[in-house]
Design a protein around this ligand. Structure first.
Ligand code: FES
Ligand SMILES: [Fe+2]
Length: 398
């Protein structure tokens, strides 16, 4: 029947847009795994949502790291995150009720505090010693909520500074920046290793993003990696003759990234937040937010907000070009690389630290002197930035 044919055909088209089951299978053979064969997820701070997704007094279910999590904001305003399945008989705690700063399971009303400890059983006085669910350290910055994921269960080993440039909508003064994020979120069928690799993939900047880079410099500093670059952007800065775009991108750990962008023409400054979190071994959620600042008094705040929204939409379209590649590519463990490619092999070595037991990680191996350069220095003190690259400490010592 025609209907069946069309449906079958749509499935075939869909499988060509994303990887076939066989390609996914091949990719899954090379992802980081634990000794028992289950996927190993990165250690580090991971975004789990925008702050406004977690209202006071409500429990929310989220699926990350191959698990169900419950996230709730207590009446004190603090967000808590725990493994969702009740240690008692396994009910999903996200169906429970927030009571003050505690969470009560819907099934038999056992009640937990934010550390995961059961503090009350309504029909028995003695709380069993094992009545405890795993809690995750939570951090809230830039109107985003992050949790610390660590397979070994350790405390956070690095912090992420909040952005000075970011101001919530309620701030009376935002120093010229738009307020709140212009933002989107998408689900991508791939592994986070593909997303992080983008940060040093110099070779894709022109074909995918229209960015003709003159200079490209890596940043390595322990849990941080990034890129400094400038050149002609054929889309973002195309309206001004010989305008150049200067970019400083910094990834704080495996999945939370800031990108500052300015131009020669100094029309707009922009600052982008990108973050991602694995849902399962081949699915992740990805968040994008942008704020902009106009260096031109003619822009009213409303015009500027509209420009930021426009920027967000354009970024979505540009980003979907990356996504289109990621969702159907093969992960090459031993890629054929050439000199102009950017330090992809170093990036992969740097990235392994988040999948390695702490005792075996030596972060001092990942270091150069480039982290401190501001995006303005890339534009205004280029000679100094480039001259500094000649010093010995700029080499990645892996
Ligand atoms: S399953 Fe949660 S209280 Fe029984
Ligand atoms: Fe990209």
């Amino acid at each position: 029947m025609a209907g069946d044919f069309e449906r079958g055909n749509a499935e075939a088209v869909e499988s060509l847009l994303r990887s076939s089951a066989a390609t996914v299978q091949r990719n899954l053979m090379t992802i980081p795994r634990l000794a028992d064969g289950s996927p190993r997820y990165a250690r580090g701070w991971h975004m789990v949502g925008w702050s406004d997704e977690f209202a006071v007094g409500k429990a929310a279910a989220r699926d990350y790291f191959g698990q169900r999590l419950v996230i709730y904001r207590g009446e004190d305003g603090r967000v808590r995150c725990m493994d969702a399945f009740c240690p008692h008989l396994g009910a999903d705690l996200s169906a429970g009720t927030v009571k003050g700063n505690l969470l009560q399971c819907a099934f038999h009303n056992w009640t937990y505090d934010g550390s995961g400890q059961c503090v009350k059983i309504p029909y028995f006085d003695k709380i069993p010693p094992r009545a405890k669910t795993r809690a995750y350290p939570v951090k809230e910055i830039n109107e985003t909520v992050l949790i610390w994921h660590d397979h070994e269960g350790g405390e956070p080993e690095y912090d992420i500074p909040a952005l000075q440039e970011f101001h919530p909508k309620t701030d009376p003064d935002s120093a010229g920046w738009t307020k709140g994020w212009h933002r989107f979120k998408i689900t991508i069928k791939t592994h986070p290793r593909e997303v992080i690799e983008n940060i040093v993939d110099r070779g894709h900047l022109l074909p995918i993003h229209g960015f003709d880079v003159d200079h490209w410099l890596p940043v390595w500093n322990g849990h941080l990696c990034g890129e400094l670059m400038w050149g002609k952007h054929t889309r973002l800065a195309a309206d001004v003759q010989d305008d150049k775009l200067y970019v400083r991108a910094l990834s704080h750990g495996p999945s939370y990234q800031y990108t500052w962008q300015i131009q020669d023409s100094a029309q707009f400054d922009s600052l982008i937040l990108t973050s991602w979190c694995p849902v399962d071994e081949n699915t992740l959620e990805y968040w994008f937010g942008v704020i902009v600042k106009a260096n031109d008094a003619q822009f009213t705040p409303d015009m500027l907000e509209a420009a930021a929204e426009q920027y967000c939409k354009a970024s979505y379209d540009a980003f979907m070009e990356d996504v289109y590649i990621w969702e159907r590519k093969l992960y090459r463990s031993e890629p054929v690389l050439c000199g102009g490619d950017g330090p992809i092999a170093n990036l992969r070595r740097w990235y392994t630290q988040f999948y390695t037991d702490r005792a075996q990680v030596n972060v001092s191996r990942y270091f150069n002197n480039n982290e401190h350069w501001t995006v303005e220095e890339l534009r205004d003190r280029q000679g100094v930035v480039l001259a500094a690259q000649a010093t010995a400490a700029t080499a990645l010592t892996v």
